[in-house]
Design a protein around this ligand. Structure first.
Ligand code: FMN
Length: 194
């Protein structure tokens, strides 16, 4: 199962994101989610610091999570209107599985913080790939909640931590169309010295 490189290549070539709001049940069960999160733990990590934490926000906590987002949003935007607050509810209620990924760089390490933060991005990407391998679709979003200090604290984050994003996972209910991609030539070049 894990050494079929041709199917792995096909997986990488076909993966694309669903839209979090279109991800329906069923989502990964507990064993599948564990496998996804274990894949996320197997990312390059200079210094073996494990500078990331994954916080699962289960369905029975979504109302409480939405209430926390609303309170944080209102505190940051005292004049917020109904639609803005509803957007917080909608964010919290998406997809059967929701995981917050915290970048938790080790302070005082000789490994640059940038490298540690890149590792948390790799963890998010591995989650998406592992979810796709199980037949689910995923979506990595930041949006307003990822940049708010109160939200970070509610997820257990400390002052130098950051929210790398929220990965939503479920079953894609609408057919996915490919999106425009950059051309190979626009992105890839060959270095020629001298
Ligand atoms: C760190 C990060 C944050 C993102 N945040 C958002 C977001 O808040 N809202 C959004 O519509 N897309 C966001 N995206 C884009 C989607 O995750 C995704 O890249 C896009 O829907 C197409 O993905 P695909 O190339 O995997 O199909 C974000 C991507 C990254 C890497």
């Amino acid at each position: 199962m894990f050494n079929d490189l041709s199917s792995t290549a096909a997986l990488l070539a076909t993966r694309r994101s669903g839209k979090a709001r279109d991800l329906a049940a069923p989502g990964p069960d507990d064993a599948q989610l564990r496998q996804i999160l274990e894949a996320a733990m197997r990312v390059p990590d200079h210094g073996k610091l494990a500078p990331w934490r994954f916080v699962v926000i289960p369905l029975d906590q979504r109302d409480a999570f939405a209430a926390m987002l609303r309170a944080a949003y209102l505190k940051a935007n005292p004049g917020a209107g109904r639609l803005e607050l509803e957007a917080m509810d909608q964010f919290a209620q998406q997809a059967p599985v929701m995981v917050a990924i915290l970048s938790t760089p080790a302070a005082g390490s000789k490994i640059p913080v940038w490298e540690q933060e890149l590792s948390s991005g790799a963890a998010c990407m591995n989650m998406l790939i592992a979810a796709h391998a199980q037949g689910f679709a995923g979506n990595w979003l930041t949006a307003w909640p990822a940049f708010n200090e109160d939200v970070l604290v509610s997820l257990g984050g400390k002052p130098n931590d950051r929210i790398a994003g929220f990965v939503f996972i479920g079953t894609q209910v609408k057919p996915l169309e490919e999106r425009p991609r950059p051309t190979y030539e626009a992105v890839v070049s060959t270095w020629k010295g001298g």
